[in-house]
Design a protein around this ligand. Structure first.
Ligand code: PRP
Length: 180
């Protein structure tokens, strides 16, 4: 599998240290409150699994799944909900957990539908941000890393469903996804 990887962008140790820092910051900011972590499937499940273990505040977890129409590497901008939350968010502090913010369309859509449900607060925690690709502005309250405009996989992020299990963030060789 590694012959398809162009380079490692973020090593496992760096990820783990940053996730712990984010966990400490979130725990401080939400001291005395209970938070509902909303994980945006599928990519964010690995980040969520590590982040939740670095939090020392009361948390609950729920999951939402969306699909943006388009090819495997380009989003079309149209988002639809595949799986909605199991529980209402009204009067809860919501922290959205996302693996990567690219065009911002997914997050922008999810934020708009959750806002309508009147949570007590609504914030975003994303592991990666590719600011060069942004189409709609979104505010990321807790960010792991800013990355350049390259196609990345690993630590939950996929190409065609693969590579989510890599413990690092890597750039995939162009020939892997340009053949599609
Ligand atoms: C990816 C990623 C974000 C979204 C970011 O999800 O996990 O949810 O795209 O892109 P955007 O900012 O351009 O909207 P994807 O649709 O690949 O689904 P997955 O997480 O199930 O792999």
């Amino acid at each position: 599998m590694n012959e398809l990887i162009e380079k490692i962008l973020i090593e496992p140790k760096e990820i783990q240290e940053r996730v712990k820092e984010l966990g400490r910051k979130i725990s401080e900011d939400y001291q005395g409150k209970e938070v509902l972590l909303v994980c945006i499937l599928k990519g964010a499940f690995v980040f969520l699994a590590d982040l939740i273990r670095s939090l020392d505040i009361p948390v609950r977890v729920d999951f939402i799944a969306c699909s943006s129409y388009g090819s495997s590497t380009e989003s079309s901008g149209v988002v639809r909900i595949l799986k909605d939350l199991d529980y209402p968010v009204e009067r809860k502090h919501i922290l959205l957990i996302e693996d990567i913010v690219d065009t911002g369309l997914t997050l922008n859509y999810i934020l708009s539908i959750l806002k309508e449900r009147r949570p007590l607060s609504l914030k975003v925690c994303a592991l990666l941000d590719k600011p060069e690709r942004r189409i709609v502005p979104v505010n990321v309250d807790y960010l792991g890393f800013k990355i350049p405009n390259e196609f990345v996989v690993g630590y939950g992020l996929d190409f065609n469903g693969h590579y989510r299990n890599l413990p690092f963030i890597a750039v995939l060789k162009k020939e892997v996804y340009s053949q599609k």
